[in-house]
Ligand binder design. Structure first.
Ligand SMILES: [Zn+2]
Length: 229
């Protein structure tokens, strides 16, 4: 996206403020609340919206961070992400840490269970019995059927987290795939949904136990299973 002119773009105050800082003030220079008020007449708290740019990598100093500045002046120390570009704005949004309250509520809502693989905290992994799950609360992104994205906290185990840190949940794709299931599979899924827990088939449990064996015993078992009856 090419850079729009600050006084022509239809956008929120933070975005127009970013363009104003870049195009009118310039990196390294100072500006005052008075200048903001003149550039954005009638906009309530325009200076606060402009300070929100700090969440996008912009460095703006006031006299508390730079004693050479007067009480009225701020300095644009560094231009950050090009927030007028929607993708860049989204990618640069600095995540604020989740509060203990949100983490506690999320854990409770999610039944102290990893929402990715279904394991509960302290339980050992069916496919990796020597390791037990450690749960945390992370922000997860969901892509909705209309293509919009929503982010919310979710309980997840560290193992799933390391595998899926940045990938979004695709509600749109999920609906497609569920729609394509046969009736038996759909019934099975509905049961798991109702219990909020899945069954492990005997075959899957055997597989996990097999995978947890030292290699020489895996080889031995494999040879036995492969042997024709
Ligand atoms: Zn998990």
């Amino acid at each position: 996206m090419s850079e729009p002119a600050w006084d022509e773009l239809e956008a929120g105050t933070m975005v127009r403020g970013a363009l104003w800082l870049k195009q009118v003030v310039g990196e390294g220079n100072t500006f005052t609340k008075q200048q903001i008020a003149e550039a954005f007449p009638g906009v309530a708290q325009a200076d606060r919206r402009i300070r929100d740019l700090r969440d996008h990598g912009w460095v703006i100093h006031t006299n508390t961070s730079d004693a050479r500045l007067s009480a009225e002046a701020q300095r644009l120390v560094k231009i950050g992400a090009p927030v007028w570009d929607r993708e860049a704005r989204r990618a640069s949004q600095r995540e604020k840490p989740l509060s203990a309250k949100v983490r506690g509520e999320t854990m409770e809502r999610d039944g102290y269970m990893c929402r990715t693989c279904g394991i509960t905290g302290g339980e050992s992994y069916p496919d990796d019995p020597v390791n037990t799950a450690v749960l945390s609360v992370f922000r997860k992104e969901v892509v909705l059927p209309d293509g919009s994205r929503k982010t919310g906290p979710m309980a997840e185990c560290k193992r799933c987290r390391s595998g899926s840190a940045k990938s979004a949940r695709r509600l749109d794709k999920l609906q497609e795939r569920i729609g394509a299931l046969d009736e038996a599979a759909k019934r099975q899924l509905a049961q798991w949904m109702a219990r909020d827990e899945r069954d492990w088939s005997d075959l899957e449990l055997l597989w996990s136990a097999y995978r947890a064996l030292p290699p020489e015993y895996r080889d031995q078992l494999r040879a036995e299973v492969e042997k024709p009856d």
